[in-house]
Design a protein around this ligand. Sequence first.
Ligand code: NAI
Length: 464
Amino acid sequence: MDTQTITLIRGDGIGPEITEAVVEIFEAAHVPVQWEEAEAGLACAEKHGTPLPKETVEKISRNKIALKGPTTTPSGTGHKSVNVTIRKTLDLFANVRPAKSLPGVRSRYDNVDLLLVRENIEDTYAGVEHWQTPDVAQCLKVITRPGSLAVINYAFAIARAQGRKRVTCVHKANIHKITDGLFLECFREAAQHYPDLQSDDILIDNACMQLVIRPEQFDVMILPNLYGDIVSDLCAGLVGGLGVAPGGNIGDGCAVFEAVHGSAPDIAGQGIANPTAILLSAIQMLRHIGLNGHAGRIETALRYALVSGIKTRDMGGNATTREFTRAIISGIPSTIVSPNIEEKLEINPLPLPEARDSHSQGWHTVGVDLFVHENSLPHLPETVGKMTLAMISNRGTKVYPGSMPFIYLVNWYRARYLSETPLHEEDLQQFFNALPSSVEWTTIQRLNEDKEGNPMFSKAQGEE
Ligand code: NAI
C-alpha cells in the first residue's frame, strides 16, 4: 500500500503534546502515512504575522488530508478563528462528529453510537452581521439550496457507506418557515434518492430532550450550522465530554480532522492533557482515507487502555499524556489486517442541481420592506411611487395600522410597501428616488411572490 502524506498542524496550548501522542501511536502501529508539518494558530501568528499562512493552506490543498491540533483564538480582539477560516477557504461544508460510548469513560450512557453531520459554512456563521441602530444588531441566517443539499447528500451518503439505517433532520421549520423550511425541503428531496435508508425529521427542541432521555434512538443526525454546533457538544457530553469528542471537516476536495476541544491553556505544557479526542479524530481520518484495519487496531488499543483503568486526570485517572500513550501503544494488536479491510468507504454524494433563478421560477416583485431608524412610530408617506404602505412592524410585531400591541418598541421599524401590480426595476428605482430624505433607512429588502402568488417572505406577527 502506498504511503499517504498527511498535513500535520500541531497547534497551540496542549496541541503539540496531544498531536505528538498520535504521531507516536501511528508509528508504533506502522500506519502507512507520512506527516508534512504546517503551522497555524496563535504561536504562528506571533512568529509569522498571520495565524494561517498561505503555505499551510497550500499544503492542506495538496495533500487533501490534514490532522489539526487545537489553535488559540484571542477573544474579542485579535485574529479570526483559524478553524472557521480553514473551513471557509477550503469549502469544508460538512462537520462530521461521531458520538460513541467508550468503555471505562464515565458518562450517563453506555449505548450511544450516533453520527452527527453539521452544515459548516452557512447559517448565522456566514458572518453577515450589522448594527442597524445603536440599540439594534442584526445577524442574517443564510440558508441556501446548494449549501444544504451538499451537506445533506453527504449525510445520506456516509450513512449508507457506514451501513447505518436512519437519517434524521433536526430543524425549527415551524418557526423559521423559510430558512429551516428550505433545509427540510432539501432533506426530503435528497431522501428520495436513498430509499434504502429511513429518513425522518424532528424539531430541535424536542431533539435535545430526546437526546438527553434516550440517545440510543438516533443514528445519523443532520443539522444546519448553529443547531449542529450546539447539539454536537450536547452529544459529546453524552459520551464523556470534550476530552473524548472527535470531528472531521469534510469538503469535496479536502478534509481536516481535529478534536472538538480547544487548546486548554490552563493545562498546557504540564504533560497531563488527554489525547483521546485527537486520537479518535485521527482514527476517523484513517477510516476516511480507507485505512480501516489500522483504524480498528488503534481503536481497540485505545479501548483496551481505557478499560484497564489507565486514564488521564480529566477522565478520573492519574496517568500523564505519555503514560497513557504508552499504554495505548502496548495494546496495539499485532494482527496483520487482511488487505480487503483497507478499502476506502465509497461516499458518493449526489451532484448538486443547477442553480434556479427567479425568472425561471416565475417570481415577480410585489413590494419592499423598508427598515428605518426612528425613535418613535415613523411618519411615512402612504404612497411612494407605485407602492402603498401596508403595515409597519417593530421587532417582528405589527404596530400600524390598528392598535398598538403591548411590546417594548425599539428605534428600528420595518415599513412594508406593496403594489397591486408586479414591479419592475425602474419602479424600485423610482421608489428609492421618491423617498423623503428625512427617512433614515438602514435596509431595503425586495419582496417577491412566486408564479402562484405565494409570498416569498414572512408575515409580521398580527399582519393579515
Ligand atoms: P478548551 O476546550 O480549550 O478547554 C475547556 C476545559 O477543558 C479546560 O479546563 C481544559 O483544561 C479542558 N480540556 C480541554 N481539552 C482537554 C484535553 N484534551 N485534556 C484535558 N483537559 C482538556 O476550551 P476554552 O478554554 O474555551 O478555549 C481555549 C482556547 O481554545 C481558546 O482560544 C479557543 O478559541 C480555542 N479553541 C480552539 C478550538 C480548535 O482549535 N478546534 C476549539 C475550541 C476552542
